[in-house]
Structure formats: structure tokens, C-alpha cells
Design a protein around this ligand. Structure first.
Ligand code: AKB
Length: 314
């Protein structure tokens, strides 16, 4: 039985990860932590919760001492667009939080997960079918954090034998929790606005391809990777993951299958567009498939159907 502590539990991934882990390992075996309190009627109230600022190492230690987890999933981080607006704060939070989490994992011998991102690639990376091992010279602060984070995790594995595992997530699409501060967020907003307003203005330009994945597949991938046989994990920090390479017009066409009057217009945000342009169009996920059986279930149309239905129900 796993006992898991999760940081950033109120974030886009954290919210659904906590619920999935609780359903698999028992509510009391998953400690959710975040820098702020959950809403009073939050879905996370079915298990333990503690306030934690991940830059506070002493408090992180205290929580591990008292909860005694065997696994730490470190999700707290600033996303790409927000990080670009406040790069020094992003460095302090993303790298300071990660160092604290890795040190705690080393000290208490915890299995460790933290997500990397397609943001770890840059303009000099091959853009199509980006290989698992390739040039990583990102031009955003978020990307710099992600590359440094991948290297740090690998260092802790090789030097201190910490069982670190990670994936390079693409844009993640969910109807449960809206993201905040990412470059790929348009692909979530478009569904909410399609249902609420019947139209959407995209800050990402037409023909900008980026990798995406439905949240259910992302959560399943984390669980599958953490339960995989460590001996087989050659590229453990971090695996390329994706389920689709899409651009705004493709999402529009998919939404129009269900909402024929849906309209899409553009008002491009230069800062987020520049980040998107520096990322791959599509990445190669063959190592994740071969080494631990990554197998996403949702393509664009299946995801659109579920997204629109779930948002209508809200
Ligand atoms: C972002 O857009 O910053 C994230 C990511 C791809 O890491 N969704």
C-alpha cells in the first residue's frame, strides 16, 4: 500500500491526482498540501490536507515526519506564461521548491515524482516528432527551470539513489479544474467558452501546433509510471508524453461537430505566442510506450465529446 504526500494539490493536475490516488490507495493514505486552503465544499475534503509553502523546507520536513509517506509527488510550480512575467519569483518557487522536495525525498528515502514539460524544449530542438533525447535549450524561464529540474532529478537518482521519475507533459485539458498561467491554456478555455458563450477568441494563432493530452490520460500515466518496474526505466527523468498534436482550427472543427454555431476568432498575445513558437509541434512518445506501456485513450474527438458534456453538466 502506498502512502503519498502531494504538493500543489489544488492546482490543475494536483486536484485530480489527489482524487485518483485516494481512490486507489485509500483516502487517509494521501496527504494533499497546498499554499492555500481548499474551498469549504472542495472535493479534496475526503482526506487529510495541510497548508504548505514548498519554499519552507523545515515545514515540509515536519509534514513528512508526521505523515510518514513512502512517496512524494511534487506538483507545485508556476506555469510558463506566469513564470515569464515574473522570472525571479519563478526561479525561487520552481527551483527552490524542487530542491526542498528532492532533499526531503533523499532524507526520508521516498519515491519521487515531479512533472517536466514540453517547455523543456526550445527553438533549436527538432520541431516535428521531437526525439526523447535531443537538444534542450529553452528560451523561457519556465523551460530553464524544467531542464534544470530534469537534470537535478537525474542527479539525485544517480548520486543518492533516490527513485526519481518524471514526464514531459504537453498541454493538459480538463473540465474539473481550469489551469492558470500556461501557454497551452487556450485549449481548455476554448471548451468552457464554447459552452458558455458559443464563441472564443484565441490568444494563440491559427496553425500553431502544440502537443496536448486529456487529463485522465495524464493522471493514469503518472500512476502507471510510478508503479512501473524501475529497472526498465532508461529515460526516467523525463519521458516525452503526448496524445495529440493540434492547432486552434482543429479544436474548432471538433467542437463544431457538437455545437455547429461555435465561432473562433483570434487576438494573438505576443508573449504566449513566442513561447508556443519555441516549443515542438509534435513529440515522439515511443520511449514511454516501450519502457512502461504509456497508452493514452483519448484522441481529439473523444476528448471534445467528454469536455463539452461535462462542462454542460456544471
Ligand atoms: C504551460 O503551458 O505552461 C503548461 C506546460 C505545457 O507545461 N501547460
Amino acid at each position: 500500500m502506498k502512502k503519498i504526500m502531494i504538493t500543489g494539490a489544488l492546482g490543475q493536475i494536483g486536484t485530480e491526482l489527489v482524487l485518483k490516488c485516494r481512490s486507489l490507495y485509500g483516502n487517509d493514505n494521501v496527504l494533499a498540501t497546498d499554499i492555500r486552503e481548499p474551498e469549504p465544499a472542495s472535493s479534496l475534503s475526503n482526506g487529510p490536507f495541510e497548508i504548505l509553502d514548498v519554499t519552507d523546507r523545515k515545514h515540509m520536513n515536519q509534514l513528512v515526519e508526521s505523515f510518514q509517506p513512502d512517496t512524494l509527488m511534487h506538483m507545485a510550480a508556476l506555469l510558463s506564461a506566469k513564470a515569464e512575467k515574473n522570472p525571479i519569483f519563478a526561479w525561487d518557487l520552481n527551483m527552490g521548491g524542487l530542491m526542498n522536495a528532492l532533499e526531503v525525498a533523499r532524507e526520508y528515502d521516498l519515491q519521487f515524482f515531479t512533472p517536466s514539460s514540453i517547455g523543456a524544449f526550445g527553438p533549436s530542438t527538432p520541431k516535428v516528432n521531437t526525439p526523447q533525447v535531443t537538444i534542450q535549450r529553452p528560451t523561457s524561464m519556465y523551460g530553464v527551470n524544467k531542464v534544470a529540474g530534469e537534470l537535478l532529478c537525474q542527479y539525485y537518482f544517480e548520486k543518492f539513489n533516490v527513485d526519481t521519475r518524471s514526464v514531459r507533459f504537453p498541454g493538459l485539458i480538463s473540465h474539473v479544474k481550469e489551469p492558470g498561467g500556461g501557454t497551452t491554456d487556450y485549449a481548455v478555455d476554448i471548451y468552457f467558452q464554447a459552452v458558455r458563450q458559443g464563441k472564443y477568441t484565441s490568444y494563440i494563432a491559427q496553425d500553431t501546433y502544440m502537443d496536448m493530452m486529456f487529463m485522465d490520460d495524464a493522471i493514469d500515466a503518472i500512476i502507471q509510471l510510478m508503479e512501473a518496474d524501475g529497472v526498465k526505466l532508461i529515460n526516467r527523468n523525463a519521458y516525452n508524453l503526448s496524445a495529440m498534436s493540434i492547432e486552434p482550427e482543429m479544436v474548432k472543427a471538433s467542437i463544431q461537430e457538437y455545437l455547429p454555431d461555435f465561432e473562433l476568432s483570434y487576438d494573438v498575445d505576443p508573449q504566449r505566442q513566442a513561447i508556443a513558437d519555441s516549443w515542438p509541434n509534435s513529440i515522439d512518445v515511443s520511449c514511454a510506450r516501450a519502457e512502461w506501456g504509456f497508452d493514452p485513450k483519448y484522441d481529439l474527438n473523444k476528448m471534445t465529446e467528454v469536455m463539452l458534456e461535462a462542462i454542460k453538466q456544471k
